[in-house]
Write a protein that binds this ligand. Structure first.
Ligand SMILES: [Zn+2]
Length: 484
């Protein structure tokens, strides 16, 4: 139908040029636009609505697990950031500085926060005096600036949105537990809300957060075979508490340094949705995060405003009434065919088509975005049937992504095999690594693959093997991949 009009929304097939495909979806689905400043983006209303739909269920989980939201300043005095040299050195190439306020040169430069450990740590040292003040479980939703050289909308931009949790505890065990609890929460959140399967585990020393004792992460495989870090949870130990002097009187009246964690996910998750689920017709959004879950397109033939529109409005009301996010596309300047591809581009999970003949038969045509399946549903049973179809779509998108992840996770035993798979098929390469940073470094130089995570527990027959590069015996199984 309407081949010429479909052309309006046509995009580069993802198999032909993944990066171009990604950019075209962002533009044509109106998710984001490039800002006049290099490396920055504007999140447009449709893209922002997706972010809000991710944020709400994550915020709920954060609060349900005992954390509260707060807000800290955007600027961090240089002296505060410089207190922790490893941390500053880790971030210094990416820090933006404010040197002037109004007409006056500042006595001390202010960093635009690249992350908030320093400013929050300095406040915790004031607030925490006794074991009775612990744990402190605070989260902040904020914007962050990192002066990136190479940027791509949602994946890497100079300014982005995120949440950062910062907690302080009495004991090392409690901080460790918190780190792992958040890691598990992120995994559950991403898998059930975004329908993206992830692998989780610990980062190597080389890949960990500047100043952390240990960094844990969830990683997903995008549909071009490259990995994307989806969220991180850091056990900071006492590193920052010693620098920022966050001390408390313990239960035996001894003075101790607190144990800390920090953790975050960002607007990069919107990019992950595009790259995990999108196809050659555009986005495919999981119903739970879709700004519009059901789009109703009246078939505008004959006197459709009289014959079809009242029924379309009635359907919209009923579906909205049961809590679904529903829109009715009444635009007169576009044909139904054009509208179909427009909403496909935006990834709306379900489309209802209704024309004069459907009204007569008391039915509507329901089309699924995840698999293109089309069927007639009686109008009386729409409210009963649609929630079930939507949860089926949520499940089917997860299963498709999981199937892709499984097919693209390769157990490799020789370095030659490693190199040829990373060149030809990419994906996760699961293999052994001796733990030596020089092996890790050499593998990165030669193949551009990095260790994404070392899984905490893995259901695999590979209990022990030899380092993929040097051959030394090892029980350290690692996921390697080329990554964004
Ligand atoms: Zn080795």
């Amino acid at each position: 139908m309407n081949k010429d009009l479909r052309f309006v929304k046509q995009i580069t097939p993802k198999s032909e040029d993944f990066s171009k495909w990604y950019g075209e979806i962002i533009r044509k689905a109106e998710l984001a636009d490039y800002a006049p400043m290099k490396g920055m983006m504007i999140i447009r209303p449709y893209g922002y609505a997706i972010w809000e739909n991710l944020r709400a269920p994550l915020d709920r989980r954060i609060k349900e697990s005992g954390h509260a939201n707060a807000y800290f300043p955007l600027f961090i005095p240089e002296s505060l950031l410089a207190k922790e040299t490893e941390h500053l050195e880790g971030f210094s190439p990416e820090v933006a500085w404010v040197t002037q306020g109004g007409q006056e040169e500042l006595e001390e430069r202010l960093a635009v926060r690249p992350t908030s450990e320093a400013i929050i740590g300095s406040m915790y040292s004031k607030w925490i005096k006794s074991w009775r003040d612990l744990p402190v479980l605070i989260n902040q939703w904020a914007n962050i600036v990192r002066w990136e050289k190479v940027t791509r909308p949602f994946l890497r931009t100079t300014e982005f949105l995120w949440q950062e949790g910062h907690t302080a505890h009495e004991t090392s065990d409690q901080a460790h537990e918190e780190t792992l609890m958040i890691l598990a929460m992120y995994k559950e959140f991403v898998e059930s809300e975004l329908a993206i399967p992830v692998v989780s585990g610990i980062k190597s020393e080389r890949e960990k957060f500047a100043g952390a004792l240990a960094t844990y992460a969830i990683e997903a495989l995008m549909s071009d075979g490259k990995a994307l870090q989806m969220g991180t949870s850091h056990n900071l130990g006492q590193h920052f508490s010693k620098v920022f002097n966050i001390r408390y009187e313990d239960r035996s009246q001894n003075i101790q340094y607190v144990w800390q964690t920090s953790w975050g996910v960002s607007t990069r998750l919107v990019g992950a949705l595009i790259m995990s689920h999108g196809d050659d017709s555009g986005l495919r959004l999981p119903p739970r995060v879709a700004p519009v879950q059901v789009i109703i397109v009246p078939i505008s033939i004959g006197d459709w405003k009289k014959d079809v529109l009242p029924m379309a409005l009635k359907i919209q009301n009923e579906l909205t009434g049961i809590g679904l996010r529903v829109e009715l596309d009444q635009r007169e300047e576009f044909t139904p065919g054009w509208k179909f591809s427009d909403w496909e581009m935006r990834g709306v999970p379900l489309r209802i088509e209704i024309g004069p003949r459907d009204v007569k038969k008391n039915q509507a045509v329901v089309v699924r975005r995840d698999n293109g399946q089309k069927g007639s549903v009686g109008l009386a049973s729409l409210t009963e049937n649609l929630p079930g179809i939507l949860s089926d779509i949520q499940k089917s998108l997860f299963e498709q992504a999981l199937d892709f992840q499984r097919k693209n996770t390769h157990d490799v035993k020789t370095y030659q095999e490693f190199r040829s798979i990373i060149e030809e098929r990419k994906g996760f390469l699961r293999t052994f690594w001796c733990g030596n940073p020089s092996c890790e470094e050499k593998i990165k130089e030669e193949t551009m693959a990095t260790i994404r995570v070392i899984p905490l527990e893995e259901d695999t027959s590979m209990a022990q093997g030899s380092c993929i590069l040097c051959g030394k015996k090892s029980d350290k199984l690692a996921y390697f991949a080329r990554a964004y």
